[in-house]
Design a protein around this ligand. Structure first.
Ligand SMILES: Nc1ncnc2c1ncn2[C@@H]1O[C@H](COP(=O)(O)OP(=O)(O)OP(=O)(O)O)[C@@H](O)[C@H]1O
Ligand SMILES: [Mg+2]
Length: 389
């Protein structure tokens, strides 16, 4: 059976690596064959676990394996022909060496290749649980909505479709002195497209794969988590938990008292905004979360009574179905009563108010001009219809 795969993402510095490592240790301690992998070149997983970690699965004790994927090496393995070709093309057109090299690598591309490791682990029989410590704020997951990546490449690099190019190659060489990509290049691109399609299928496997958002109880950080949540839903990726890390415990006393009050308010807002997605919390510890014991303390706090590898929610709570000239957004609002909901749409943002709770859903840019034409509320879910004007 494919392993249970959990991806942690969130804004920079909120505790993704700590929570990922803590979750992995707890799964391993429960006897599951677990690997935690990171694509972060800063090697923070090694720092959190206080272990040397290689680019391949490394035994870090306690039954746990860890891996720090070397983005550069993955890149060279999967993309060298394209890079060579595109680099040469750009240099011929006057780009200097350094910028040519940069231009041949779309932003986030190296990270994307690292993530193909998830696919490799998913297809192997080696693991029960795969934990992924992702780059900040789902940038990578955004990349995994492969049509965008593809569009980037097709627009920037491929002047025509590959079949057209086959016919045009000798002619273009003679007439235009244009270097069209050879078979190796086209094959690499095709392989990438195939891999991305497979990755998308894996990530949308709602029985085995989920994403967990890590945030701190601070408004701006929570706002970003909400935006991430929206597009994860739009891409059909299941978010099965939100982890609110660094909540001041009661012991902080007077000086941080008002701060703690505000955090607790924000925490309530988080519960309302993400419901029914379960919200887990971990306290702000007096010291850094480094080393096995500290990580286990963090895991014990976050997963108090909860199986860390369980699927904590089984369905998407926001669904957008886009038709020809119409779109339907389905939003679960478990706290809402029929009648006390107000709706506003400003550009691409839909603002739903239920009593004191406000929920903002950001629609894809293409729907910004659409008008909200009807709303119905049934079985705890709001259904909104948008039509092209
Ligand atoms: N609950 C906590 N209490 C105290 N310190 C914490 C807590 N969680 C994380 N830390 C510490 O905060 C720092 C940042 O945590 P971590 O590296 O896990 O964040 P991150 O989200 O992975 O950061 P980055 O975006 O840079 O990858 C680390 O020094 C970690 O030990
Ligand atoms: Mg990190």
């Amino acid at each position: 059976m494919a392993p249970r795969t959990i991806l942690y993402t969130g804004k920079g510095g909120v505790g993704k690596t700590s929570v990922a490592a803590a979750t992995a240790r707890r799964c391993a301690a429960a006897g599951q064959r677990t690997i935690v992998l990171s694509t972060d070149p800063a090697h923070s997983l090694a720092d959190a676990l206080e272990q040397e970690i290689a680019g391949t699965p490394t035994d870090v004790g306690g039954g746990l394996f860890a891996q720090q994927v070397a983005a550069q090496a993955e890149m060279e393995r999967h993309w060298s022909a394209v890079q060579a070709w595109a680099g040469e093309l750009l240099r011929e057109r006057g780009a200097d060496r350094v910028s040519a090299e940069e231009l041949t690598v779309p932003p986030g591309m190296d990270e994307l290749f690292s993530l193909l490791q998830i696919k490799a682990h998913h297809e192997s029989d080696d693991w029960d649980v795969v934990i992924v410590d992702c780059a900040p704020t789902g940038e990578t997951l955004r990349l995994l909505s492969f049509p965008d990546v593809l569009r980037w490449w097709l627009a920037k690099v491929f002047p025509q479709q590959s079949r057209l190019m086959d016919a045009a190659r000798p002619l273009a060489r003679m007439v235009l002195d244009l270097r069209l990509p050879d078979d190796a290049v086209i094959e690499e691109v095709n392989r990438l497209v195939g891999n991305l399609i497979a990755m998308n299928e894996i990530l949308r496997d709602h029985e085995r794969v989920s994403i967990r958002l890590v945030t701190t109880p601070d408004r701006m950080v929570v706002d970003e988590a909400r935006r991430t949540f929206t597009y994860l839903n739009l891409y059909g990726f299941l978010t099965d938990a939100v982890v609110v890390n660094r909540v001041f415990p009661a012991e902080v006393g007077g000086y941080f008292g008002p701060w703690r009050e505000r955090q607790l308010e924000t925490l309530e807002e988080v519960r309302a905004a993400f419901a029914p997605v379960p919200v887990l919390t971990a306290p702000y510890f007096a010291a850094e979360v480094v080393g096995g014991d500290r990580l286990d303390e963090l895991a014990a706090a976050a997963f108090d009574g909860t199986d860390p590898s369980a699927l904590l929610l089984e369905r998407l709570t926001q669904e957008l179905v886009v038709g020809e000239r119409t779109a339907t957004l389905r939003l679960e609002l478990p706290f809402a009563q029929k009648g006390d909901i107000t709706l506003r749409k400003i550009g691409a943002e839909v603002i739903v108010r239920v009593d004191d709770h406000k929920r903002t859903v950001v629609l894809p840019g293409a729907l910004a001009g659409y008008r909200a034409t009807s709303a119905s509320f049934e079985d705890g879910a709001l259904e909104l219809r948008f039509d092209e004007p």
